[in-house]
Ligand binder design. Structure first.
Ligand SMILES: Cc1cc2nc3c(=O)[nH]c(=O)nc-3n(C[C@H](O)[C@H](O)[C@H](O)COP(=O)(O)OP(=O)(O)OC[C@H]3O[C@@H](n4cnc5c(N)ncnc54)[C@H](O)[C@@H]3O)c2cc1C
Length: 322
């Protein structure tokens, strides 16, 4: 039996692994590797796309200092502009990214030997003084303490029958899509990031090539597009039925905005995030010091990595005190 089982291998878990005084930890993650929504897609001969978290702009002084101690983080340089009929340069602000990809930060604190990947936990049961976890292949694991770092809806599903003093609120997390594109090297994209205003489909375009990562093919221009929440909401069902349709609809809008011919596109892919962002719900992270179950995540206070860090740090302090 492990001392602590943590569900999810994203930014929250990375923070917990760093701060918890306990090292006998097992991490259970449904995906193939660590990252969660701070994820990076590598495409052979093309390069690296941050198709989840785009960058970190730390507001909290402690978070900022913490990030600067992390050797896997660097500044994302260049101009960031807003497109709203005309192009205007935005005021400069600190933007931090991973040196090789935005999952670098998560990877830097999670020991891979502690992880069970491709393991979706489907049920958890309290058994007097410990927890039983059951995965999607009916394997069972035991742990004295358990921490959930999953998006809100996935947390709600696992805890609904547990009789905890935790208020289950309706899921407020919103979907979006990201499109990963490689174009023949294009002189049009001289800025690092583009905020697209007043467009029903696309809200943001990141110039991945401007991140200057070693794996990026220098003969190509790599871009990641992010859609509006409204488009995500309206189209998630369709995405599940016909991914290609959604990809081509977003692509066609992009080509129109930037006046580019489709023949310039040499790689395209889309990823749908069902639980991408949340508003600040002003909730406090949960720790039950009798049953030893904790719940955290960015969504308690708003869908940003900084909130994932603040909340996970807070939970680790509660656990260490109990
Ligand atoms: C497209 C996009 C762009 C973003 N841009 C920014 C940005 O620019 N700046 C910023 O600060 N934040 C941004 N964010 C938000 C940021 O990514 C999150 O705040 C942060 O990654 C949350 O980390 P987490 O560990 O709390 O949750 P997650 O990263 O969601 O980790 C939860 C993990 O749990 C796993 N999981 C779920 N259910 C189960 C289960 N039953 N069993 C096992 N594992 C399970 C999931 O696979 C996931 O890996 C963005 C998010 C998205 C989607």
């Amino acid at each position: 039996m492990n001392n602590i089982a943590i569900l999810g291998a994203g930014f929250s878990t990375s923070t917990l692994c760093y701060y918890l005084n306990e090292k006998d930890i097992k991490v259970f993650e449904k995906a193939r590797g660590p990252g969660g929504r701070s994820s990076t897609r590598k495409v052979d001969d093309i390069g690296v796309f941050d198709h989840g978290l785009q960058y970190i702009s730390p507001k909290d002084k402690n978070f900022s200092e913490f990030l600067k101690l992390n050797k896997s983080v660097k500044q994302w340089d260049g101009d960031f502009v807003e497109i709203d009929g005309k192009v205007s340069v935005l005021p400069p602000s600190e933007k931090l990214i991973g040196i090789t990809g935005n999952n670098d930060f998560v990877k830097s604190n999670i020991n891979l030997d502690q992880c069970h990947f491709k393991t979706r936990i489907e049920r958890i049961e309290y058994q007097n003084d410990h927890w039983k976890l059951i995965d999607d292949s009916s394997n069972e694991y035991l742990a004295k303490k358990i921490i959930l770092t999953l998006p809100q809806e996935q947390t709600n599903i696992l805890i609904k029958d547990l009789d905890l003093k935790f208020e289950i609120k309706e899921n407020f997390m919103k979907p979006c899509f990201t499109v990963m594109l490689a174009l023949k090297e294009s002189p049009i994209f001289k800025h690092s990031g583009y905020v697209i205003k007043n467009n029903k489909i696309i809200s943001w375009c990141a110039n991945e090539s401007s991140k200057l990562r070693d794996l990026n093919n220098k003969d190509l221009t790599l871009l990641t597009l992010q859609t509006t929440e409204e488009y995500g909401f309206a189209n998630f069902k369709r995405y599940r039925e016909n991914k290609e349709y959604i990809l081509n609809e977003i692509l066609s809008e992009f080509l129109d905005i930037f006046k580019i011919d489709e023949s310039e596109v040499i790689h395209k892919n889309v990823h749908g995030w069902l639980y991408a962002f949340s508003e600040n719900q002003s909730s406090e992270v949960f720790w039950d010091d009798k049953k030893y179950i904790g719940i955290t995540g960015d969504w308690f206070t708003g869908g940003r990595a900084e909130n994932a860090w603040i909340n996970a740090k807070l939970l680790s302090e509660k656990i260490d005190r109990s």
